[in-house]
Ligand binder design. Structure first.
Ligand SMILES: NC(=O)c1ccc[n+]([C@@H]2O[C@H](COP(=O)([O-])OP(=O)(O)OC[C@H]3O[C@@H](n4cnc5c(N)ncnc54)[C@H](OP(=O)(O)O)[C@@H]3O)[C@@H](O)[C@H]2O)c1
Length: 291
């Protein structure tokens, strides 16, 4: 079987970096940064894809500053929605398979049971709305595309909840963390494995949900990070820390976030020959793999 060429957008992001770390031998990858491929520019998208002629594009590039998006609506839409449209148009013209990464923020969090892939989207903020529009435009232009919604993504590199917590935990004796938003922390290692698995299944299309397994609040996640941080020597074993469970109302942010964003993963588990780990096990694996 000929090696398939995968173009990865957003090379320097959390997921872009993990995809480069984990590339299986079956694929040749070309990962491009924003300066090499700005997805918001349709002409550039067309010329770069025409030159590289990948078999698959995995679009990890995104405007991910959820709170700033409330002020920078035009930029968020230009990257998340128009960027996705540019990729979908060119992928259609050149018969390239597109795998788009999307988010739990397309939902409003008003459910109390896991979101199904076919549930109606109803984003609370600009970031979620721009990603929901991306999903819609991709499905319209390129019905064979794959859309993978994920949530609460972290890596051992980059700027994210895990690294922010580790820093604050080393600096402080007391922390307040929101306990009334629940979802599932998801390691980039899990996502990369699943995205490559989807890349191998040529006929698969449509929306999938991919997170680690289980349910946690940000408070639960912080407590687990503290335990693992001590276990793996990133925090002193004798470190004493009080972690207070607070409410969303105690910690107002410019963008509203879904209170409940657990995603149902049955389609993914049924159609791919893969297993997912609990978020707690993935956190342990993440620490073991990199720190
Ligand atoms: N992080 C999460 O918790 C989370 C949750 C659910 C879904 N997701 C989705 O998962 C995907 C990956 O997220 P992530 O956490 O890896 O994001 P990230 O770390 O913020 O990385 C995003 C990357 O996209 C690049 N980018 C921004 N604008 C671009 C443009 N116009 N053209 C090309 N590249 C551009 C950024 O480049 P610069 O460094 O130059 O800005 C950055 O390297 C995204 O689709 C995101 O929406 C993330």
């Amino acid at each position: 079987m000929a090696t398939k060429k995968i173009l990865i957008t957003g090379k320097d992001g959390q997921l872009g970096r993990e995809l480069q770390n984990q590339c299986p031998v079956e694929f040749e990858i070309i990962a491009l940064s924003r300066s090499e491929l700005d997805i918001s520019n349709g002409i550039i998208v067309q010329s770069v894809l025409q030159k590289i002629r990948p078999d698959i594009v995995i679009n990890t590039a995104a405007y991910t500053a959820v709170d700033r998006a409330e002020q920078e609506q035009d930029i968020a839409y230009a990257i998340n929605s128009k960027g996705a449209e540019n990729l979908a148009k060119t992928c259609k013209d050149l018969s390239i398979r597109l795998i788009q990464v999307s988010t739990d923020f397309v939902f409003d969090g008003k459910k109390s049971t896991p979101y199904q892939t076919e549930d109606k989207v109803s984003p609370l903020g600009v970031y979620g709305a721009s990603k929901a529009e991306a999903e819609a435009v991709i499905q319209k232009l390129l019905p064979d595309a794959v859309i993978v919604r994920t949530a609460w993504v972290y890596a051992t590199h980059g700027s994210n909840f895990l690294n922010t917590m580790l820093r604050l935990m080393s600096e402080r004796d007391e922390l307040n963390v929101v306990a009334d938003q629940v979802g599932t922390p998801t390691w980039t290692g899990t996502l990369a494995r699943v995205l490559y698995s989807l890349s191998m299944k040529e006929k698969i299309k449509g929306i999938f949900h991919c997170t680690d397994l289980g349910v946690a609040s940000w408070y639960d996640f912080a407590v687990a990070i503290f335990d693992e941080g001590k276990l793996h020597g990133l925090l002193p074993a004798e470190k004493k820390l009080t972690i207070n469970a607070i409410t969303t109302d105690d910690y107002p942010t410019p963008a509203d976030r879904p209170a409940y964003s657990v995603l149902d993963k049955s389609r993914l588990l049924n159609e791919l020959d893969i297993e997912l780990n609990s978020w707690r096990e993935s956190l342990r694996q993440a620490f073991l793999s990199r720190y």
